[in-house]
Design a protein around this ligand. Sequence first.
Ligand code: MG
Length: 164
Amino acid sequence: MLKSSVEKALNDQLNAEMYSSYLYMAMAAYFESINLNGFAHWMTLQAGEEMDHLRRFYSFIFERDGRVKLSAIDEPPFEWKSPLDAFETAYNHEVKVSGLIHKIVDLTRRENDHATENFLGWFVAEQVEEESSTLEIVNQLKMIKDSVNGLFMFNAHLGKRGSD
Ligand code: MG
């Protein structure tokens, strides 16, 4: 049985994962609009991963005899100044999400909810990966700078991302 404070935090995080998916879908649409289909492909897969995160929270809440409560999703941005601007937004967003996950871990410790703390361990590790992969792309885009050639080669590289 979940304590109501933990149940609320998990439902809030479910909403945050939905927003992440929405944000990356908005970025995919932005990349499509500037003909960077490889970037769009990468973001589409990322949006799918966020939906998987949402489903993990959904299932866990039920497993613990809690109740899933869906709430309104914020509207994501529509436009970015450049691919670098979009990926900097993605990186900063992942840092923020890591902070949200850590706060729920702190809450589970205060509430002595070991099962939820253990469940969240997967997300703590996943966030390290999410921050690292987006930061790597930010750094590569900084190296590419204004090279159109570099950008198109990188676009082809990102287009090869598999659904891992
Ligand atoms: Mg996520």
